[in-house]
Design a protein around this ligand. Sequence first.
Ligand SMILES: Nc1ncnc2c1ncn2[C@@H]1O[C@H](COP(=O)(O)OP(=O)(O)O)[C@@H](O)[C@H]1O
Ligand SMILES: CC(=O)OP(=O)(O)O
Ligand SMILES: [Mg+2]
Length: 395
Amino acid sequence: MADIILVVNAGSSSIKFCGYEAVGAEPRPLLKGQVEGLFTEPHFKVANAAGDRTEENRWPSGTEIGHAGAIRYIAEFLRNHREGHRLVAVGHRVVHGGLEFDAPTLVDHAVLERLATLVPLAPLHQPHNLAPIRVLLEARPDVPQVACFDTAFHRSQPEAAQAFALPHEITARGVRRYGFHGLSYEYIASTLPQVAPQAAAGRTVVAHLGNGASMCALKAGRSVASTMGFTAVDGLPMGTRCGSLDPGVILYLIDALQMNARTVEDLIYKRSGLLGVSGLSSDMRVLLQSDDVRARFAVELFIYRIARELGSLAAALEGLDALVFTAGIGEHAPLVRDRVCRLAGWLGVALDPAANAVDGPRISTGESRVSAWVVPTNEELMIARHTLAATAGRI
Ligand SMILES: Nc1ncnc2c1ncn2[C@@H]1O[C@H](COP(=O)(O)OP(=O)(O)O)[C@@H](O)[C@H]1O
Ligand SMILES: CC(=O)OP(=O)(O)O
Ligand SMILES: [Mg+2]
């Protein structure tokens, strides 16, 4: 009977899950699965430890199964495949830890209630991160659950990188820049010494380009700045989120267009970004295949903003040694990487187009002053490591 750690990673457009055998210091992956395209073209797939596809299901284009539908589907799959396994712990990605939670935390009912107060700060994620924790607390109170936060990795940033220029009493209430995708950046920082030792020790910008997208400046593996702020709507344009916006726009929407907080929330989180600009889709694959002018402009704007933020993060690092691409778009869209690297020529990035076409791992030329890389992220492994450490002695 193998002892299993289950990991659940609810993103904005996908739910990823992983089973790890809890043996020794490093969790050993047994199965990896996901439902992606929750609101566009849901696609369920599972692979075994060797990476071979073992299960697959597709829903018709235009189907919306959402997070609740996907969790039900995944739970049913896991119930049918639990033979020979003993569930000893569950690790969850929880997007917002606020001021209070800056490290992985065992969750009980009291912790869950405090995490629920952060729902307004991450409306696309936090409810879906907490829902499976709540269900399992009732159904399996014997199994420890660990919340691993997207915000925690960034708490090491200098004070100036975390502050808005707001009055002190507002800042003291926790209105500050938190940054997200921290589990992804922490994983990249942990694996970079093997992939690119010089980059790992130096000044690196990591671009996590998925349905949610952000960038992080790493100095010797520690976060010093990031593009996301108080919430995960800040920074780069994303699948359905607008990214950085002049706060005056919000006031204008309320005063002149008579929107209220909920309609503004819906606009900036769910109807903007690639979807809003293109009027076509939030899915980069669809946009890249389209000849539509607005679809092209959406991709253009995404790339332009990445290039601008790169300059800003390089300034925070006082120079740049390496650029790393990761997540759905970063790992699989050579065209986006090509365009970003060319716009970063002034910083010393020289692209190797042939290496870029096959997803790297190194996509810059040997002479490039700044090296560029494709490094697949693994938030699930990072969560499993934290879960193992946080439950040591209990499982
Ligand atoms: N082969 C591909 N080419 C371009 N974009 C891709 C490809 N595969 C996935 N993507 C894009 O990656 C994004 C989803 O990234 P992912 O990191 O899985 O998202 P999430 O934020 O939900 O975790 C989508 O925009 C999708 O279109
Ligand atoms: C924080 C965030 O945007 O996450 P995701 O990319 O999974 O939507
Ligand atoms: Mg994600």
